[in-house]
Design a protein around this ligand. Structure first.
Ligand code: GRG
Length: 293
């Protein structure tokens, strides 16, 4: 039942992304490169979070579709750039050769840039048709901030600059909450904001967003150690090879499993005020906790 609903929402995200992706024109290579990564079969967790938080707070898909598309474009650009030789230097992503392997480094950099730009173009397009412009722009601002220096880019910078350092819990918390947690939390909050959610609902969703953001990254750290390349669609053991500041590195595997479980156990409680209508988000926390890809 949950899996069916998850697939339906992933397909809806796919449709929205296709609606906002431009038709190919000259120079075709950049359209092909951007589209190659955007439609490479991601799980679409972030747009799903946006749409579901929006619904939970009384909004509809129409209120947040451009924000959902923009978030996935930003996420995909970050993956393209993260895989570049100057960053994590990966040649497999979403089960396919990475963008720079297919199109060369220069075009991959440009495809990341193009997706980031398309994200903001999509957000601006959506503004004109949005029913509640102030709420929509609040959501847009949450996304922009989370993607920037006080969010994902800050986290990525710290991640790269601190490779090979001694275990440091404070640094780990900064890297995880910014590099990965920021976009996940922002997805929940932007969807809610687009629906005009009040401060109580926003606070509850912020707690939920923080919990699943950290849980998602700890699972990612664990999967990098024990996961399978064929299921994950990317190389494993990459964190140790780059001497990354990960949860298993700082706390060990046992404590990492325990922490991920503790976060999962608390995710549902954060949404108590919404009652049964939050069941999809509660189930999503379980799905993310138990994921193997
Ligand atoms: C280059 C500015 C810039 C930022 C990069 C995304 C990121 C920041 C780094 C990626 C490193 C990484 C693999 C982190 C783990 C968490 C994560 C973002 C996993 C990928 O997200 P999923 O599992 O991927 O949602 P799919 O492919 O399903 O969309």
């Amino acid at each position: 039942m949950f899996e069916k609903e998850l697939n339906r929402k992933a397909e809806e995200s796919e449709r929205i992304l296709r609606d906002y992706f431009p038709n190919e024109q000259y120079p075709q290579e950049i359209y092909r490169s951007a589209s190659y990564s955007l439609f490479a079969g991601g799980k679409r967790i972030r747009p799903i979070l946006i749409m579901e938080a929006c619904r939970l707070c009384g909004g509809s898909v129409a209120d947040c579709a451009p924000l959902a598309a923009a978030m996935e474009m930003i996420h995909t650009y970050s993956l393209i750039h993260d895989d570049l030789p100057c960053m994590d230097d990966d040649d497999l992503r979403r089960g396919k050769p990475t963008n720079h392997i297919m199109f060369g480094e220069a075009v991959a950099v440009l495809a990341g840039d193009a997706l980031l730009n398309l994200a903001y173009e999509t957000i601006l397009k959506g503004y004109f048709s949005s029913a509640s412009k102030a709420s929509y722009m609040t959501g847009a601002r949450i996304i922009a901030q989370a993607a920037g220096m006080d969010g994902m880019i800050g986290g990525q910078t710290s991640d790269i600059l601190n490779e090979g350092k001694e275990p440091d819990p404070e640094l780990l918390e900064y890297i995880h909450s910014h590099k990965t947690g920021a976009l996940i939390k922002a997805s929940v909050l932007a969807g809610a904001a687009a629906a005009g959610a009040g401060s109580d609902a926003m606070s509850a969703l912020e707690v939920y967003g923080n919990i699943i953001g950290l849980m998602f990254q700890i699972s990612d750290d664990i999967l990098d150690v024990v996961g399978h390349e064929s299921e994950l669609g990317k190389k494993t053991n990459a964190d140790a090879q780059h001497s990354k500041m990960t949860y298993p590195y700082v706390y060990g595997m046992e404590a990492s499993y325990r922490k991920a479980h503790e976060l999962y156990a608390n995710a549902g409680a954060a949404l108590n005020r919404f009652g049964e209508s939050a069941s999809f988000l509660t189930d999503l926390a379980e799905y993310l906790y138990k994921r193997n890809k």
